[in-house]
Design a protein around this ligand. Structure first.
Ligand SMILES: Cc1ncc(COP(=O)(O)O)c(C=O)c1O
Length: 456
């Protein structure tokens, strides 16, 4: 049975009656109506009304090579015919997973060489949590259980990932919180720096909040600190340059592992394969997902240090795994996707050209706008802070309304970007060129102009 036998109106009706959407207010959705995305090509998505929209979010931070890649479709097709599924539990493996593990180990920092696969970022963060706790138990320190995280961090939607994440709204719907997670301030200088503080000083203060939390809990009880190199879903919060080196020093000093969540930043977004390479961080674990397949298949992984891998390997059977750990079709697509990223020089392009140009051009076009409090970016990640008053940084009320007006105007004008609170965020495919950046910036400017009229 194909959906193509049904009209857009019928499909909307089915969706309305039977589909619970992620992160959605369903009353609001039913009132506004749902957009049916029908197809996509290159940097654009198309909907059932025939509207063409430039995708400034790469789907959901994932479609790094852009849409409609024939090579990826062929890789999936061939692998499904050859071996559509087999597990990797019982002393078995298969070609795609073995080769992909090797390839990821080659791309990752040299002391991370072993990979545990999953099917989503949330799942792999659960794996990372279990792995660091099990590691410490095997080291004879089972009391090292606590994981320190930050406010506004997003690590996924499973119970463990929500507990580890720092999203207040998600915590409020969690029920009893899982024990063993502590949250500290985010490195978000736009809102949290004191007036007399430099960005560098603020970065050190934000890092020292982690040390205070370690000391308060007792280093003998702390397993790890976890962070996204750049907080993505929390509003593209880019830490000052002083932050990560200080975090690294603090973790080493207190014998606390450093877990990086590179679900967004992995595979080129910051101008290196991993953000830890852009920012000179030496993590003990890296969680990846999304762009590992450019979103063409669900796949995720935790890459762990040799020290953790060797310790786990000596600990007898590790009772952990998923039916789809190392799914052959997803792994085959990932291999082809990584080849495209390398072959087309997409990472070098982000590092040397489009990354700096995105931030510079958005700043040139938007910095003087009366609604814009700040434009910031790193690689192909960018954020625009919406304010009522650029001098005092006072926000519009109610919180979130102004940014949603900007977002809606932008989508209407043909550019997809998201709003997080009062922050507009961009995370486009790595295939964007300078021309695409200029096209996007022009629409954002128009959306801001229109929003300014509505809001004032
Ligand atoms: C940094 C980060 N970690 C984890 C996740 C969760 O990944 P998934 O939605 O695949 O479970 C996300 C999703 O956006 C993310 O941005």
């Amino acid at each position: 049975m194909s959906y193509l036998n049904y009209s857009a109106e019928q499909l909307r009706g089915f969706d309305n009656a039977h589909h619970l959407h992620p992160f959605t207010d369903h009353d609001e959705l039913r009132a506004s109506g749902v957009r049916i995305v029908t197809n996509a090509a290159g940097n654009y998505i198309f909907d059932s009304d025939g509207k063409r929209i430039l995708d400034g979010m790469a789907g959901l931070w994932c479609v790094n090579v852009g849409y409609g890649r024939e090579e990826l479709a062929q890789a999936a097709y061939k692998q499904m015919r050859e071996l559509a599924y087999y597990n990797t539990f019982f002393k078995t493996t298969h070609g795609p997973v073995a080769l992909l593990a090797k390839r990821i180990a080659e791309l990752a920092p040299s002391h991370l060489n072993q990979v545990f696969f999953g099917a989503s970022g949330s799942e792999s963060n659960d794996t990372a949590i279990r792995s660091v706790r099990h590691y410490w138990a095997l080291k004879g320190k089972p009391e090292k259980q606590i994981i320190i995280s930050r406010n506004d961090s997003y690590h996924g939607s499973t119970i463990a990932a929500v507990s580890m994440g720092g999203m207040g709204a998600m915590h409020s719907q969690l029920g009893p919180h899982l024990p063993g997670f502590t949250h500290v301030m985010a490195p978000y200088d736009f809102e949290l720096a004191n007036p007399e503080e430099t960005r560098a000083e603020f970065g050190l203060r934000a890092a020292r909040a982690v040390e205070e939390a370690i000391v308060e809990a007792g280093p003998e009880n702390v397993a790890a600190f976890v962070g996204e190199p750049i907080q993505g879903a929390g509003g593209v919060k880019i830490p000052p340059e002083t932050y990560w080196p200080e975090i690294q020093r603090i973790c080493r000093k207190h014998d606390v592992l450093l877990m990086l969540d590179e679900v967004i930043t992995g595979f080129g977004r910051t101008g290196e394969w991993f953000a830890c390479q852009s920012m000179d961080i030496e993590p003990d674990t890296i969680t990846v997902a999304k762009a590992i397949t450019s979103g063409y298949q669900p796949l995720s992984a935790v890459i762990v240090s040799d020290e953790i891998a060797d310790t786990l390997a000596q600990g007898g059977e590790y009772y952990h795994g998923y039916t789809y750990s190392g799914h052959p079709v997803a792994c085959a697509v990932a291999l082809e996707n990584l080849d495209i990223i390398a072959r087309e020089g997409l990472i070098e392009r982000v590092r040397e050209d489009t990354g700096p140009y995105l931030t510079q051009h958005l700043a040139d076009v938007l910095s003087d706008h009366p609604l814009v409090g700040e434009v910031r970016g790193f690689g192909l990640l960018a954020a625009i802070e919406i304010v009522k008053d650029v001098t005092t940084r006072e926000r519009f009320t109610p919180a979130g309304h102004a940014a949603s007006v900007v977002r809606d105007r932008s989508i209407e004008a043909g550019f997809m970007m998201r709003a997080v609170g009062e922050t507009m965020i961009l995370s486009p495919p790595l295939t964007w060129t300078r021309e695409t950046i200029e096209e996007a910036a022009a629409i954002v400017k128009q959306a801001l102009d229109e929003a300014a009229e509505v809001l004032r």
